[in-house]
Design a protein around this ligand. Structure first.
Ligand code: GLA
Length: 394
């Protein structure tokens, strides 16, 4: 992959020997969905697929971007004087947003750069291709300009850029999972205080299979921000009768006791999901620690039902993928992952059942939805890294 991006860099920008190659992963969330902006727990992991970037500092303040995933856009030019979001800037709003965020936080960029990207994550699939680009950009700026930032800072800066530059009110999960990724481990993160613990994922004879619905979604134009406001409205009602900082402070019993305080029945359903999903996540990680993968899988299935019925973020594409998966012996658990409204499902499948899974779920999906799904058997990888230093001095 390094060779591929360096070769393209040579063709697009010239002198690839002066470029550094970086990598940042994508992520998949195993359980704990739509809990990260409700003070709850999440359990994502970084993947070995992600975004490669070849970058080189410039002697002026210009920025030149090129993506091998959007070849038709050609070289997109900008400068450090133009760090404002615009529709024309397309995907370059993600790296520009991170540059802007560094400057907002007092880390001024001394010069521009040439940056070429190649992503091995399907775009808009819900595996966080945008957060991957954000963390990658942060890792490049840190390396080039020696800014004193930790990987956790890279996650927070990426989220800041997403919220304030790109206008998506996302939580911290994606950027955190990517910046803090650890090979063969998932991250049990409490989003209320960012305390976290790595849990080894030892699935014995099983693998993580991602099914991509190929129904594109963009967080900006989805109902993501609406769900967030519904949860905020529910919390405001609850706070009139019980002292809590977030929905994550409630367990199931407390929710049942106070739920009538939530006036709007839709907001009540949304809050029920947030509370129950958080408790499910805590229980799922506990089960995994005991080596009880079957319970983990059952909790994944329950998570999907709650996202389908109470949170209403699935839709026929994701429901078909999951409901077909549930029919197959050897599927330990299956659910939608990420924001929903399209994107991917994540399943834990016994190795001997994978071929049948790909075939049966694939056929049923094509028949019902009318176009094919894509499948990926994935591995859990580490966080951002420098893959190759420049081979010549600048
Ligand atoms: C998106 C957001 C995350 C999280 C998930 C839902 O991926 O970026 O912050 O809210 O949706 O769990």
């Amino acid at each position: 992959m390094k060779e591929t991006v360096l070769q393209r860099f040579e063709e697009v920008f010239g002198d690839s020997r002066s470029a550094t190659v970086f990598f940042a992963p994508g992520r998949v969330n195993l359980i704990g969905e739509h809990t990260d902006y409700n003070g709850g727990h999440v359990f994502p992991c970084a993947l070995t697929i992600g975004t490669y970037g070849a970058a080189r500092k410039r002697n002026d303040r210009r920025l030149r971007f090129f993506s091998m995933n959007f070849e038709h856009l050609g070289v997109m030019e900008s400068s450090l004087e133009e760090l404002t979001p615009s529709e024309d800037a397309d995907w370059t709003n993600y790296p520009k947003g991170v540059m802007w965020a560094f400057e907002q936080k007092g880390m001024k960029l001394p010069c521009g750069m040439d940056l070429l990207l190649y992503g091995t994550i399907p775009n808009g699939s819900g595996l966080s291709s945008s957060a991957s680009v954000e963390v990658l950009t942060g890792a490049i700026l840190r390396e080039f300009f020696r800014f004193p930032v930790t990987n956790q800072d890279l996650a927070l800066i990426g989220q800041y850029a997403e919220n304030h530059f790109n206008g998506v009110n996302c939580g911290i999960m994606d950027q955190f999972a990517i910046a803090m990724g650890k090979k063969d481990h998932a991250i049990f993160l409490d989003t209320a205080d960012l305390s976290y613990e790595y849990a080894p994922i030892e699935l014995k004879q099983a693998k993580i299979v991602i099914a991509c619905s190929n129904k594109k979604r963009g967080l900006g134009d989805s109902k993501y921000n609406e769900r967030r406001s519904e949860c905020e409205a529910a919390l405001a009602d609850l706070q009139k009768v019980v002292s809590v900082n977030s929905l994550g402070d409630l367990d199931e019993a407390a929710f049942e006791q106070y739920q009538d305080a939530i006036k709007d029945p839709v907001c009540r359903k949304r809050a029920r999901h947030a509370v129950y999903e958080n408790q499910r996540t805590i229980r799922a990680v506990e089960a995994l620690k005991q080596g009880d993968i079957q319970t983990f899988g059952r909790l994944m299935n329950a998570s999907h039902v709650s996202l389908r019925d109470d949170y209403q973020v699935t839709g026929p594409e994701l429901d078909t993928l999951v409901e077909e998966a549930w029919k197959i012996p050897g599927v330990i658990g299956s659910r939608m992952t990420g924001a929903g409204f399209g994107g991917c499902t994540v399943s834990i499948v016994e190795e001997g059942a994978i071929d049948g899974f790909l075939q049966k779920v694939g056929e049923a999906y094509r028949e019902k939805i009318g176009y094919p799904a894509d499948f990926y058997v994935v591995e859990i990888g580490g966080g951002p890294e420098v893959c190759q230093a420049p081979s010549s001095a600048e």
